[in-house]
Design a protein around this ligand. Structure first.
Ligand SMILES: Cc1ncc(COP(=O)(O)O)c(C=O)c1O
Length: 405
């Protein structure tokens, strides 16, 4: 007998079969070792890892691991509650102060992920009459946060500008100025480092356009923090800007800053305090696990004490980009640790990624819907933990792949 629910399960199976038949089904690899430049994958053995955001190699740093263990011993697993109901642990406060001082801003507040932080940001900070202006290639969490905002506040509008195109941003700001109410605020949101392209936002130009139009600048620097700038403060530091030149940062603790999980909003005190008071993920969801808070703070302390990590990452990035180009692949130009090799179709990217894995190199192929159709890519990510031997093996495997096509 066909029921309504069996129709749903049939539909789901047919979508999954379609993905399998067209070579688009993702395989989750089971990692049986800590994250590092070389990891152990179930059924594959040891491989060189080039798809983690472990940019500084801190995910398994002994001090970062110890801090988490200490946190677990001292505080247990958590408060089993939302922070405003049942208090907050001292490590959350210490981490939030550390994030704020690291970025050079007034305040910060943590969430279980940057996704969650972003989902809190716009629905909480916006009200009817406001306009959000967003780069077309911003991360999915920004897109979904805007969708949520306009669903909750019907009087909030969106304007999308062409990727890193300052004329298009100006046009969007002109249009936003017409759409906003007399009391309305314009927010401009951009990734600092674009996660799929690996290029960087033109922050000085964006800042001056924000100033011209009286807009608030929000930067998601999830891939820039710990990576960009002389001391890893982020994309703003790369441009010689101060933390306070950015009104609001969103960012993750799940990449360079320890790699466990977690996200934050940082910036002007009143914006952060509004999120504490009114953010729905703040009011209705548990805190970042205290173990992660302890590890993340130690990760930032470790970075601050060892700025040479950032230099090592930069040297590795230069070597890898040169090596990839030398074996005949075109890698999108940029100073970041994200090196995308565009291959076209999703199935091609997945097949190339499988062939690389068979050669002992773990680099993931991204296709639709993560990136637009026809722009599937292998995304190679570089870490300060890589040594010359890892980068040499990456380039040798890519060279074999190139010669086989
Ligand atoms: C630019 C950007 N923002 C936000 C996120 C989400 O971070 P999290 O894993 O902390 O939710 C990611 C993760 O891929 C990202 O690349």
């Amino acid at each position: 007998m066909t029921t309504k629910s069996s129709t749903f399960f049939d539909r789901s199976n047919s979508i999954l079969s379609h993905l399998e038949d067209t070579g688009q089904l993702k395989q989750l690899q089971m990692i049986e070792s800590p994250m590092g430049p070389r990891i152990s994958i179930r059924g594959r053995g040891e491989v060189d890892c080039f798809c983690s955001n472990n940019y500084l190699g801190l995910a398994n740093h002994p001090d970062v691991v110890e801090a988490g263990i200490d946190g677990l011993r001292t505080y247990g697993a958590g408060t089993a509650s939302v922070r405003f109901i049942c208090g907050t642990f001292a490590p959350h406060e210490a981490l939030e102060e550390r994030i704020a001082s690291f970025l050079g801003v007034e305040a910060s507040y943590t969430f279980v992920s940057c996704w969650n932080a972003t989902e809190a940001t716009f629905p909480t900070l916006c009200q009817d009459g406001d306009v959000i202006v967003s780069d077309e290639l911003n991360h999915a969490c920004i897109i979904d946060s805007m969708r949520l905002t306009t669903a909750i506040h019907r009087g909030v509008s969106k304007c999308i500008y062409k990727h890193s195109d300052m004329d298009s941003l100006r046009d969007a700001l002109v249009s936003a100025s017409k759409k906003r109410s007399d009391e309305g605020t314009i927010f401009v949101i951009t990734d600092g480092v674009f996660s799929m392209e690996g290029d960087i936002a033109l922050l000085p130009e964006i800042r001056s356009l924000c100033d011209e139009f009286g807009a608030v600048l929000v930067v998601d620097d999830s891939h820039g923090t710990g990576v960009m700038g002389e001391t890893g403060r982020g994309t703003h530091e790369h441009y010689g800007m101060a933390g306070e030149d950015i009104d609001i940062f969103t960012g993750t603790l799940g990449k360079a800053l320890g790699g466990g999980a977690g996200g934050y909003v940082a910036g002007k005190r009143e914006a952060v305090e509004l999120l504490v008071q009114r953010g729905r993920p703040t009011l209705f969801s548990n805190a970042l696990p205290v173990t992660v808070a302890c590890s993340a703070k130690t990760a930032i302390d470790t970075l601050v004490a060892n700025p040479s990590l950032v230099q090592k990452l930069r040297d590795n990035v230069a070597a890898a980009r040169e090596g990839i180009a030398d074996v005949g692949f075109e890698v999108l130009e940029s100073p970041t640790a994200i090196c995308p090799i565009i291959v076209g179709e999703t199935a091609t990217a997945i097949s190339m990624s499988n062939q690389l894995l068979a050669m002992g190199v773990f680099a993931i192929g991204f296709g639709y819907p993560v990136v637009p159709e026809g722009t599937a890519r292998i995304r190679v990510q570089i870490s300060a933990a890589h040594e010359t031997e890892h980068i040499d093996r990456l380039c040798a495997a890519l060279s074999k792949l190139k010669n086989a096509t």
